[in-house]
Design a protein around this ligand. Structure first.
Ligand code: PLP
Length: 375
C-alpha cells in the first residue's frame, strides 16, 4: 500500500518513540512534584521546551505545549483576542481549518466580535495589501494559515505579518501543514504566534505547540493548576513534549520531493481528461498535489485508488465521510458538485520516481473506470 495521506497524519518515528519511552515508564513523574522522580520529569520537559524553542525561533518561555493543533489554534485566537484591549475585530480567511473558523465564530456568537474574511484569488492566495486594507483601530488579531491542508496553497505570511505589525495588530498563523516542509518560526515569519501539531511530523497524536511572544498578552482558555506559566493548565504530557521536540529536531530538507509532486501534477493533468488542479501551481506545499475530477465522486475515486494500492483522501480528514462539499473549495468559487470530486495526495520523503509514475497511471485508470472513458 502506498500511503499518500501524510497531511492527515503520519506514523510515529522510531527515534521519537525511543525518546519518549523513558517518560512513559521509569521516569514517569509529575513535573510539578518536588521529589526526584518529579524533578527528573521536569528536567525532561525543560529540555524539550528549549529544543522546541530552538526549532521555532523563539525563547523557551514562549513555548506552550498543548493537546494538538486544534487546541493551539483555539488558545491563540480566543486567548489573544480576549486579552487585547483594542476591540473586537478579527481578520482571517474563509479557507482556514475549522479549528480557526469555529474559534472565530465562538467569539462572534458569545463575545460580539466581528469577523472579516480577506478576499482570495481562485488559487486561494492572500494579497498582503488586501489584509492591510482591512485592519482597523479595533482589530485584535490577524489569523491566516501558512499552508492550506486541502489545496496546499502557501501564503506570503512574512509580508502579511509585516502589514499587521505596521498597524500594531498581532498576527497568528496556523503552521500545522507547513512544519516539516517550509521554514516555520516566530523569527522567520515575523508573527507573534504560531500553531503546530505533532502527528503531522512523526510525533504522536494529541500533542501540539503554541509558540507566542512573551510581549503578546494571552487570556488562558484552560483554567486550573497554572502549568505552562498559567497559560495552559493541566499536568504536562511530558513524554509527548519530548516526542514533539525530537520530531522537530529530526526535520531535514527533502530536495527531491517537489519534482515528484510536479511529476504527479503534470502527469494527472495530461492524462486524466477534465482533471483540475486545486490551489496554487507555484505557491504550494512541496509534498501536496490536489485535484478535482468532474464527473466522478471523490469518495468513489478514493475507493478505486485504494483497490489499486493507494491511500489518499478527499482533502480533509475532518470532512471525510461527510456529504458536504469542502468549505475551502466552495469559498474559492468551485461549483459544489465539482468540489465533491476532490482528491488529495500528500507525499512523504520516501516516495520514489516510480511511485509517482504509478500514481499517475492508477489515477488515470481509477477515473476512467468511473467515467467510462478510455484509460
Ligand atoms: N490546522 C490544520 C491546517 C490542520 O491540517 C489540522 C489537522 O488536520 C489542524 C489544524 C488540527 O490539528 P490537530 O489534529 O493536532 O488537532
Amino acid at each position: 500500500m502506498m500511503y499518500l495521506d501524510n497531511a492527515a497524519t503520519t506514523p510515529v518515528r522510531r527515534e521519537v518513540l525511543e525518546a519518549m519511552w523513558p517518560y512513559l515508564t521509569g521516569d514517569f513523574g509529575n513535573p510539578s512534584s518536588h521529589h526526584e522522580v518529579g524533578e527528573s520529569a521536569a528536567r525532561a520537559l525543560a529540555d524539550a521546551r528549549l529544543s522546541v524553542a530552538a526549532s521555532l525561533g523563539c525563547r523557551a518561555s514562549e513555548v506552550i505545549f498543548t493537546s494538538g493543533g486544534t487546541e493551539a489554534n483555539n488558545l491563540a485566537i480566543k486567548g489573544i483576542s480576549l486579552a487585547n484591549p483594542r476591540g473586537r475585530h478579527i481578520v482571517t480567511t474563509a479557507i482556514e481549518h475549522e479549528a480557526v473558523l469555529q474559534s472565530c465564530d465562538y467569539l462572534r456568537r458569545f463575545h460580539d466580535f466581528e469577523i472579516s474574511f480577506v478576499p482570495l484569488g481562485a488559487d486561494g492566495l492572500v494579497d498582503p495589501l488586501a489584509v492591510a486594507a482591512m485592519l482597523r483601530q479595533d482589530t485584535t488579531l490577524v489569523t491566516i494559515m501558512q499552508a492550506n491542508n486541502e489545496i496546499g496553497t502557501v501564503q506570503p505570511i512574512a509580508q502579511i505579518a509585516s502589514a499587521a505589525r505596521a498597524a500594531g495588530v498581532p498576527m497568528h498563523t496556523d503552521s500545522v501543514q507547513a512544519v516539516g516542509w517550509l521554514d516555520v518560526g516566530l523569527d522567520v515569519l515575523g508573527v507573534e504566534a504560531l500553531s503546530i501539531s505533532g502527528h503531522k511530523i512523526g510525533a504522536p497524536k494529541g500533542v501540539g505547540v503554541l509558540a507566542i511572544r512573551t510581549a503578546t498578552p494571552l487570556e488562558p482558555v484552560m483554567h486550573g493548576g497554572g502549568q505552562e506559566r498559567g497559560r495552559r493548565s493541566g499536568t504536562e504530557n511530558v513524554a509527548s513534549a519530548v516526542g514533539m521536540a525530537t520530531a522537530l529536531s529530526l526535520i531535514e530538507p527533502h530536495p527531491a520531493v517537489p519534482a515528484l509532486r510536479d511529476l504527479i501534477i503534470d502527469g494527472v493533468l495530461e492524462t486524466v481528461r477534465g482533471a483540475l488542479l486545486t490551489g496554487s501551481r507555484s505557491d504550494r506545499l512541496p509534498n501536496h498535489a490536489s485535484f478535482c475530477f468532474p464527473g466522478t465522486s471523490g469518495e468513489a475515486v478514493l475507493l478505486e485508488l485504494e483497490r489499486r494500492g493507494i491511500t489518499s483522501s478527499s482533502g480533509s480528514a475532518c470532512a471525510a465521510g461527510s456529504d458536504d462539499a469542502s468549505h475551502v473549495l466552495v469559498a474559492l468559487g468551485v461549483d459544489p458538485d465539482v468540489a465533491k470530486t476532490a482528491v488529495r495526495f500528500t507525499l512523504d520523503a520516501q516516495i520514489t520516481e516510480q511511485d509517482a509514475r504509478d500514481v499517475v497511471t492508477r489515477v488515470a485508470e481509477a477515473v476512467a473506470t468511473l467515467t467510462g472513458g478510455p484509460h
